[in-house]
Design a protein around this ligand. Structure first.
Ligand code: GLU
Length: 384
């Protein structure tokens, strides 16, 4: 079916269906969470979003929230000046406000019988391989347990050079890390316009952005003053990260009652389509960027399972060569020694040596702690 705008390089392809999502990351800015006059959480609005999240969970959708608001919540308590805050002031404010922010989310979600879980991440946690794997494993477990992770940047320890500084990009990294299929930015604007509609009345709304071209980048402009640290520019940076990872992204108006329900029933937004090669980008990274530090030789049964797209379990591994840590890249070789795949090992070589040949339910008794069932999860595995 041809799209009405298929002539335009900006507007191609189908609309994404929010209803079809399996795992979503929702990014919520300070202006939505915090009442600027009261310097308090906007409890009624939060209750609506919590109800939306409960509906999504009821349909089996995994939901991860990335929420700003820590700094905004503490400004008044600490009597901080109205000017742009210094980094140390922001960090102090975040330390005070994060408690209230987490409490507000916990209350809103528990009113819908949902359990909130707080994660404070830094840029390092999403860049460093081992910390990335740890954060991902924790988030996966929380989702498996039915919790709603509520994430913010760990502002108190993040200095300028090692900081996201805005939650748009943090949310995109989380979406990438968790292989979410959709990232929803609840914003103070209902999408991307050809120019800033608050300054230019002829600005046109875009329904779909198929690729983030220089022309699209130019629509970003400078952020308007106010609470939000991002503006359209960081949203486009987030779109680049998410779409390259195979995740669709939407920018939609957040300041309405039940904004996610609104999006599900066709509310106005801009969809950024996932890059066609997005899903394979991570696999290319595993293949290309990392030098393998060891080899796992597997039996014929495990080799068949791998070729069928399954994970590698310790039971199927015969030998471990090399010295590697959890998260390092290794080669997986068949019974004849021929390399079959590359992947990221969930165990250090010293631990792997003990658990190979054993069933996954024996791992805890052998190592004294319960690690992952798979020695290499299929998401971390690329067949050669
Ligand atoms: N992490 C900051 C906070 O919670 C907000 C960053 C942003 O607004 O994107 O206050």
């Amino acid at each position: 079916m041809s799209h009405p705008h298929s002539e335009s390089p900006l507007l191609m392809g189908e609309k994404i269906s929010f209803v079809a999502a399996q795992r979503i990351v929702v990014k919520i800015g300070s202006a939505l969470v915090v009442d600027a006059d009261e310097a308090a959480p906007r409890a009624a609005w939060l209750a609506g979003v919590a109800a939306d999240i409960a509906d999504l969970r009821g349909r089996g959708v995994d939901v991860i929230v990335v929420s700003s608001g820590a700094i905004a919540l503490a400004r008044r308590t600490l009597r901080l000046p109205r000017r742009r805050l210094h980094l140390e002031e922001q960090q102090a404010a975040a330390a005070v406000g994060q408690i209230r922010l987490a409490q507000a989310w916990s209350e809103a979600l528990s009113a819908c019988s949902l359990t909130a879980a707080q994660l404070l991440l830094t840029l390092d946690d999403t860049e460093d391989r081992r910390r990335y794997l740890n954060a991902r494993a924790t988030l996966s477990m929380l989702l498996q347990l039915g919790c709603i992770p509520v994430i913010n940047e760990n502002d108190t320890v993040a200095t300028t050079e090692i900081r996201f500084g805005d939650n748009d990009r943090l949310a995109a990294r989380v979406a990438q890390m968790m292989q979410a299929d959709q990232l929803i930015l609840l914003s103070d604007i209902d999408g991307l316009y050809t120019a800033d509609p608050r300054r230019d009345p002829s600005a046109q709304h875009l329904d779909v952005v198929a690729a983030i071209t220089p022309e699209i980048e130019a629509m970003g402009g400078e952020p308007l003053p106010g609470y939000s640290s991002g503006g359209m520019r960081t949203k486009l940076a987030a779109a680049r990260i998410a779409t390259q990872a195979g995740c669709a992204m939407a920018i939609t108006l957040g300041d309405v009652d039940r904004p996610l329900r609104g999006l599900a029933s066709g509310g106005r937004c801009t969809w950024f389509l996932p890059a066609p090669e997005g899903r394979s980008a991570r696999k290319r990274w595993i293949l290309g960027a990392l030098a393998p530090l060891g080899t796992l030789t597997i039996d014929a049964g495990a080799a068949r399972a791998l070729k069928a797209g399954r994970s590698l379990l310790p039971a199927g591994v015969r030998t471990v060569h090399g010295t590697f840590q959890r998260g390092d890249a290794v080669i997986v070789a068949g019974p004849d020694g021929v390399p079959l795949a590359r992947g990221l090992s969930a165990y250090a070589s010293s631990d792997a040596e003990h658990i190979i040949g054993h069933r996954s339910d024996e791992i805890e008794a052998i190592l004294g702690w319960r690690g992952r069932d798979e020695i290499i999860h299929r998401d971390d595995l690329v067949l050669l």
